[in-house]
Design a protein around this ligand. Structure first.
Ligand SMILES: Nc1ncnc2c1ncn2[C@@H]1O[C@H](COP(=O)(O)OP(=O)(O)O)[C@@H](O)[C@H]1O
Ligand SMILES: N[C@@H](CCC(=O)OP(=O)(O)O)C(=O)O
Length: 267
């Protein structure tokens, strides 16, 4: 087991599957134990940054648009715009208003100046004990300029702010040898020392119309993070026991080891 105590700066990615367990709308049902875990991390002196999906799902719950229907990109962008404020209301309640919204685009991450600005703002927020809540700025990005999924966005944010751990919270326990939603006998892979093509071969897509990328984008994110010296943990955020185990420093989910041996973990 990797020692959770040693990690200082943690980026936690929260997928749409957790925000919208009913397939649309938004709910704090699975965010309560996650928020409790974040409070625990803060008490231990760790820095926490959240990358939260769910704006499109939240927007669809507030309008008559179902994501199972084929929606145009402008319609999805409008839903994201409607849903994002609602999503932030949940986070504000969970963190007693000690949180702040940052919406990023791929060009923000690619521009040296804007990337430095975003990094400075995140660090300043952390020094003010405010939790940065990041999402892609879906309403303004066009096709060629999207990061496209929040797994990869979270990995890029983790690298940008020198995090040492990325936790991806989804609706499955971690990476399995087959998609556990379609294979009863799928086996969890608890530890990946190095991500190989064989891991990408077993990581499938998602059949959830509100989610993006499935296990494929989570593996891309873990690979990006791992190459940048950041460990990644994919866990089931719907399982209360996940966060209890992490608090007790016990194994959970799938752990992807960083490929760079960092002397210290304080970014
Ligand atoms: N090998 C695999 N192991 C685990 N999950 C997998 C695998 N292949 C595909 N998946 C799918 O990936 C889904 C998680 O991704 P996704 O639906 O995009 O969730 P999120 O909203 O959390 O990003 C799982 O529900 C599962 O159906
Ligand atoms: N930016 C989008 C989330 C896109 C996304 O990657 O969703 P997910 O695969 O559920 O993490 C939104 O807020 O709806």
């Amino acid at each position: 087991m990797q020692d959770f105590c040693h990690f200082q700066k943690v980026v936690i990615k929260v997928g749409s599957a957790l925000i919208a367990p009913e397939g649309r709308g938004s709910s704090v049902r699975y965010l309560l134990s996650l928020a409790d875990f974040v409070h625990h991390c803060l008490q231990q002196g760790k820095d926490v940054v959240i990358v939260s999906s769910g704006s499109v799902a939240a927007g669809s719950g507030l309008t008559n648009h179902h994501l199972a229907q084929k929606l145009s990109i402008p319609q999805k962008q409008a839903l994201a715009s409607i849903g994002q404020t609602h999503l932030m209301q949940h986070w504000q309640k969970l963190f007693d208003n000690h949180c702040a919204q940052i919406l990023l685009t791929r060009s923000d991450l690619e521009s040296l100046q804007r990337r430095a600005n975003a990094k400075n703002t995140i660090n300043t927020l952390l020094s003010m004990q405010a939790i940065p809540i990041i999402n892609e700025n879906d309403s303004v990005v066009v096709d060629e300029l999207v990061v496209g999924d929040n797994d990869n966005l979270a990995a890029q944010v983790a690298e940008m702010c020198n995090a040492d751990l990325l936790i991806i919270c989804s609706d499955v326990e971690g990476l399995f040898d087959k998609n556990p939603k379609t294979h009863d006998k799928a086996q969890l892979i608890p530890l990946v020392e190095k991500i190989e093509d064989s891991h990408f071969a077993i990581a499938g897509a998602t059949d959830n119309p509100i989610a993006t990328g499935g296990m494929q984008t989570k593996l891309q994110a873990a690979k990006f993070a791992s190459d940048a010296g950041i460990d990644t943990l994919i866990v089931n955020g719907r399982n209360v026991e996940t966060f209890e185990r992490l608090k007790r420093n016990q194994t959970t989910g799938t752990w992807f080891k960083s490929q760079i041996n960092k002397e210290s973990h304080n970014g």
